[in-house]
Design a protein around this ligand. Structure first.
Ligand code: BTN
Length: 243
């Protein structure tokens, strides 16, 4: 496993933002920031991410070797690493919702946000941000997400938390080492809860019904619209809702 330099914080606005500043100031690849809570957690597509105590809020700095590096692959690979970790430590079944969400019993338990940081003219660093609802929040979840979010464990246990974080970094490191050979892809496909399902494809203000058919080697989703036309979609352009 890689040697990670871990910075632990009680609270921060966003571990991704904190690590971005460190990267701009020259910190090394494999620096990891873990916070117990975030006051301004960021989600995908400019949304916020509820980050009360009880979660694991983690950001990992990686420095991809190739300039055409694909953040979608890192996101999908990370989803597999988190999925394996939850299943290994809790024995609960986890599903992946293309492209970056993890679900237990049809409720979201984890989200992933990868961001690039360009420093000078060099190949960008990528910050891999992972937010997991590890234990039941003290005051449960806020109203807006109470019906759609879930957690892994009922009660806090520092040993389990530490074991979880360590295993997550081990799994991440193993899959990342082989990212170019895409060893994570069969599991990513097998665990994906959208395949074969009716979905709503949301692109800006436009919504279309479709069926999710397959995930290609670049982790794009092939969908078939009601008029039988097919299209590969990438996560940057659209949002998927299970119908
Ligand atoms: C999503 O579900 O939309 C993605 C959520 C990603 C949340 C994580 S928590 C750690 C890192 N810091 C952030 O501000 N966001 C990511």
């Amino acid at each position: 496993m890689k040697v990670f330099k871990i910075i632990r914080l009680d609270n921060v606005d966003s571990t991704n933002n904190y690590l971005k500043e460190l990267a701009k100031n020259g910190c090394n690849e494999n620096t990891v920031v873990i916070a117990k809570s975030q006051s301004n957690g960021k989600g995908t597509k400019g949304r916020s991410f509820v980050s009360d105590e009880g979660g694991v809020y983690m950001s990992i700095l990686i420095s991809p070797k190739k300039s055409d590096f694909d953040a979608t692959l890192v996101t999908s690979m990370t989803a597999v690493a988190v999925c394996k970790t939850i299943e290994q430590i809790s024995k609960r079944n986890v599903d992946i919702k293309w492209v970056n969400d993890l679900y237990i019993d049809n409720k979201k338990v984890c989200g992933i946000l990868c961001e690039s940081v360009v420093i000078g003219s060099s190949i960008p660093f990528v910050i891999v941000g992972i937010g997991i609802n590890l234990v039941r929040p003290k005051n449960f979840f806020p109203k807006e997400i109470a019906d759609i979010a879930t957690y892994i464990f009922e009660k806090e246990d520092p040993c389990v938390r530490e074991k979880f974080e360590t295993r997550l970094l081990e799994n991440f490191s193993e899959y990342y080492k082989n990212i170019e050979s895409k060893t994570f892809l069969p599991f990513y496909r097998q665990k994906n809860m959208v395949l074969g399902k009716e979905v709503t494809v949301i692109s800006g203000t436009e919504t279309q019904n479709a069926k999710a058919l397959e995930i290609d080697d670049s982790c794009r989703l092939l969908v078939e619209f009601s008029d039988k036309t097919k299209k590969y979609i990438s996560s940057a352009e659209v949002q998927i809702k299970l119908s």
